[in-house]
Design a protein around this ligand. Structure first.
Ligand SMILES: [Zn+2]
Ligand SMILES: [Zn+2]
Length: 485
């Protein structure tokens, strides 16, 4: 199993965005530049969606100082970070603090260098590395802008659905006052305090929070902040991850359906249909999902929303029905938290927790891990529960989310690894129906691996695992291994 995970990690790591800059500008300043401003032209090519700069210089031992800013093609100041930041980015949607979100239209932009101190006999050599991003997809952001928070493969735990004051999240004002639009910081802090590895902020129909995430991410050094959005229509909701590209969210009966909308989503983004069986009505406007055809354009389903597991509003039967129709959709969970100050741990950020196997803790790696289905949901949002189903047939290995070729008569060996679920029971489901395996195998303390075998019948099947507590309530929900003849 370890080998399998290592191979998966390599495959995902090779998808990382190129870290080579598109342009490198070098120059030297000397004593004559003391207390002056210099400009360094940057020819921004057509089609640029994002401008990212990494700036460095030497001579600091002689107390040389070069401050940094940016001028647009019209000469207007786009931003000034002085000596505070060596990396910044600007797009029409978002920008690093000190810079304004600005459309990066083609033309001659300029780095603005201010020289508050350069001794008469000193000089300072500078280097500006420049990236021209062609899209607003996370996968195209240079690693220097969004380095992984943690390297190395592992199970990363997070919440994929939350709202702050950028949409309809609210909390008591400081000092216990009336409810106000809630600062995003509090949601990020709630995630960090719970020990989550990542938290997606998924505002309704906006990515206005992207710049704030850029501002907060350095401070949240252990918790990855994902800028998502909840495409919210009168006929269904779906989360969109991995891109800041503008998307018109409007679904208009008879004029523009979900299929039309999802065709405008960048192909490397990830779409997850939210709370699909919540009844649409005055309590939850447009919450249910009716467009079965458009489901084919999604990659995931929010099978567990907040506390809806084991209720009539659970998304799991809806998800299973889609699997039974042959769709390959990753089950995920999301708290849909709207109140970062919620005291009840079962109503707060991180309940449920979605756990993703990824080669590193970065936005592209988490999004790819979800797309691949390398995911289970921890309904209570514990810090350590684990559910990992793997299978092997004809020398090929698969983990949750993978397809495994197994023609009729092929023996398939499964292994179910479960941790921190003492007293609970595993349920193995074939095409959504309990298969009877491990039925009398209560899970003991610690880390257990339970094995079972099956002989393939030459048909397509999904095999997935759940873990239920002594009362029969769902604790862990795993994604299927897709058996293919
Ligand atoms: Zn919703
Ligand atoms: Zn929501």
């Amino acid at each position: 199993m370890r080998n399998l995970f290592a191979i998966l990690a390599l495959a995902a790591a090779s998808c990382a965005a190129a870290d080579q800059p598109d342009l490198v500008l070098r120059g030297r300043l000397d004593g004559a530049d003391h207390q002056t401003y210099r400009t360094v032209p940057i020819a921004v090519p057509p089609g640029t969606q994002r401008l990212t700069v990494a700036f460095s210089y030497d001579g600091k031992e002689q107390r040389s100082v070069i401050d940094l800013g940016l001028l647009g093609p019209d000469g207007a100041v786009v931003g000034w970070s002085g000596g505070n930041k060596s990396v910044f980015t600007v797009s029409a949607v978002d920008a690093t603090p000190s810079y304004l979100p600005t459309p990066t239209r083609a033309g001659t932009w300029s780095l603005l260098l201010g020289v508050p101190n350069l001794r008469k006999t000193a000089h300072a050599d500078y280097t500006a590395r420049v990236w021209f991003g062609r899209t607003l997809d996370a996968v195209d952001e240079p690693p220097v802008l969004a380095p992984p928070l943690r390297s190395g493969p592992g199970w990363y735990r997070g919440d994929l659905h939350s709202h702050t004051g950028h949409s309809d999240g609210s909390c008591a004002a400081d000092g216990g006052g009336p409810a106000v639009p809630c600062p995003l910081f509090l949601t990020a802090q709630a995630a960090a305090r719970r020990g989550l590895d990542f938290i997606a902020i998924t505002e309704h129909n906006t990515v206005a929070h992207a710049s704030e995430i850029r501002a907060l991410q350095p401070w949240f050094a252990r918790t990855l902040l994902l800028p998502g959005r909840e495409l919210t229509s009168f006929q269904g909701h779906a989360n969109l991850f991995g891109t800041l590209a503008p998307v018109d969210f409007r679904v208009m009966a008879g004029r523009r359906g979900w299929s039309d909308l999802l065709r405008t989503v960048p192909p490397r983004a990830l779409v997850s249909v939210n709370h699909p069986v919540r009844p649409s009505g005055e309590d939850c406007m447009g919450c249910g999902w009716a467009d079965q055809e458009a489901l084919r354009q999604a990659q995931a389903i929010e099978a567990v929303n907040g506390r809806d597991a084991d209720t009539p509003y659970s998304g799991i039967p809806f998800w299973q029905a889609a699997l039974d129709r042959g769709l390959r959709l990753t089950a995920i969970g999301g708290s849909d938290n709207h109140h970062a100050d919620a005291a009840d741990p079962q109503a707060s950020v991180g309940a449920p927790t979605t756990v993703v196997y990824a080669p590193e803790l970065s936005q592209p790696a988490i999004v790819d891990g979800i797309r691949a289905g390398h995911v289970f949901v921890d309904v209570a949002g514990t810090p350590d529960r684990l559910l990992a189903l793997t299978a092997e047939a004809n020398g090929h290995a698969a983990m949750m989310g993978d397809a495994l070729a197994a023609p009729a008569g092929t023996p398939v060996r499964f292994a179910l690894q479960v941790r921190a679920a003492a007293g609970m029971r595993p349920v193995i489901l074939v095409d959504g129906v309990p298969g009877g395996w491990l039925a009398d195998a209560p899970i003991g303390d610690g880390d257990r691996t339970l094995a079972f075998a099956w002989t393939a019948d030459g048909k397509r099947h999904t095999v997935r695992a759940e873990v239920r507590d002594a009362q029969g309530k769902l604790a862990l929900l795993g994604n299927p291994i897709y058996i293919r003849p």
